[in-house]
Design a binder for this molecule. Structure first.
Ligand code: GUN
Length: 285
C-alpha cells in the first residue's frame, strides 16, 4: 500500500487560521505582534526567504519591518541595530537572516538578540531551555516537524524516533523535542556505521542532512513515518529532499513530500513564535 502523504501546506494553513483568530482577539485590546527581519547582503535565496516572511506577517496582520543592509555592513553596525530592536516595544521578534557575509561572525550576532525576542530559537539560552525542558521559543523547523507528527495522529510518545543529521538548526533540537514528547531517540550521522540498519529501526524517521535522495526503501521499516527536512536543488533545477520519495513511497506508512511537507511549516512556526513572544510581552499566556 502506498504511504499517506503528510500535507504540510494544509497543516500550515490550519495553524495560520488559528493564529489569525488570536491576532484578531489581540487587536481588540490594541495589541499587535511585530517582527523585524534583518538581511545583510544580496544572497538570492535569502532574499526570497525574507520576502516570504514579510508576506506572512502582512497576511496575518502583524507589524512587519524588513531591514536590508549592504554586504559591507560591519559587525558593530549590525550589533547596534539589534540593540535598538531589543528595546523597541513594537517588535516582539528579531530574525537575522543567515548566512551572514564572511566578515561577520554568527555567534556574537545570535548572542546579541534578546532571548525574549529570539524567534529563531538559536540563542544559547533558548537552546539550554529546550534541553532542560523549560518554556522557551522553539526553533521553527523542529517545532514544525513535531506539529506535523501530532496533527496527523502520529504522536511520538512511546515510539522509536531515529534522527539522521546532528545540525544545531534541525538534528539536535528536533531530537530534544522528540525526547520531550516521550519518544526513544537515536541520533545518527555521517560517522554512524550502517546507517540504513539504524534507520530501519525507526517508527519515526527524521532526515536532515542535505544529501539529495540519500534515503532508499531499505532504510525504512514498513509502515514507518518518514519526515524529510531536506531541500536540495538538483542540476535540472528541480527540488529534491534527502529521501528518495518515489523509492520509499510503497514502504513508508506516512511521508512528507518535497516541496510541500516540512517547508511550509517553518515560516508558520516563526509566526507562532512571534505571537507567543507578543503575548508574553503583554502578560498574556
Ligand atoms: N537561513 C535559512 N534558514 C534560516 C532560519 O531558519 N533562520 C535564519 N535566521 N536564517 C535562516
Amino acid at each position: 500500500m502506498s504511504a499517506r502523504i503528510i500535507n504540510g501546506k494544509e497543516i500550515s494553513d490550519t495553524i495560520r487560521r488559528e493564529i489569525r483568530e488570536e491576532v484578531e482577539r489581540l487587536s481588540g485590546r490594541g495589541i499587535r505582534p511585530g517582527l523585524v527581519v534583518i538581511l545583510v547582503g544580496e544572497d538570492p535565496a535569502s532574499q526570497v526567504y525574507v520576502r516570504n516572511k514579510a508576506k506572512a506577517c502582512e497576511d496575518l496582520g502583524y507589524h512587519s519591518e524588513v531591514v536590508r543592509l549592504p554586504a559591507d555592513t560591519t559587525q558593530d553596525e549590525l550589533l547596534h541595530l539589534i540593540a535598538k530592536y531589543n528595546e523597541d516595544p513594537k517588535i516582539n521578534g528579531i530574525l537575522v537572516q543567515l548566512p551572514l557575509p564572511k566578515h561577520i561572525a554568527e555567534k556574537p550576532v545570535i548572542d546579541a538578540i534578546s532571548v525574549d525576542k529570539d524567534v529563531d530559537g538559536f540563542h544559547p539560552i533558548s537552546v539550554g531551555n529546550l534541553m532542560i525542558g523549560d518554556d522557551s521559543l522553539l526553533p521553527c523547523t523542529p517545532a514544525g516537524v513535531i506539529e506535523l507528527l501530532k496533527r496527523t495522529g502520529n504522536s511520538p510518545a512511546g515510539k522509536h524516533a531515529v534522527v539522521v543529521g546532528r545540525s544545531n538548526i534541525v538534528g539536535k533540537p528536533v531530537s530534544m523535542l522528540l525526547l520531550r514528547e516521550n519518544a526513544t531517540v537515536t541520533v545518527c550521522h555521517s560517522r554512524t556505521p550502517d546507517l540504513p540498519a539504524v534507520a530501519r529501526q525507526a517508527d519515526i524517521l527524521i532526515v536532515a542532512v542535505g544529501v539529495p535522495k540519500l534515503v532508499k526503501r531499505d532504510w525504512v521499516k514498513p509502515g514507518a513515518v518518514v519526515i524529510d527536512v531536506g531541500i536540495n536543488r538538483l542540476e535540472d533545477g528541480k527540488l529534491a529532499g534527502d529521501v528518495d520519495y518515489e523509492d520509499v513511497l510503497e514502504t513508508a506508512g506516512w511521508i512528507t513530500p518535497v516541496p510541500g511537507g516540512v517547508g511550509p511549516m517553518t515560516i508558520t512556526m516563526l509566526m507562532a513564535n512571534t505571537l507567543k513572544s507578543c503575548k508574553r510581552a503583554n502578560g498574556i499566556d
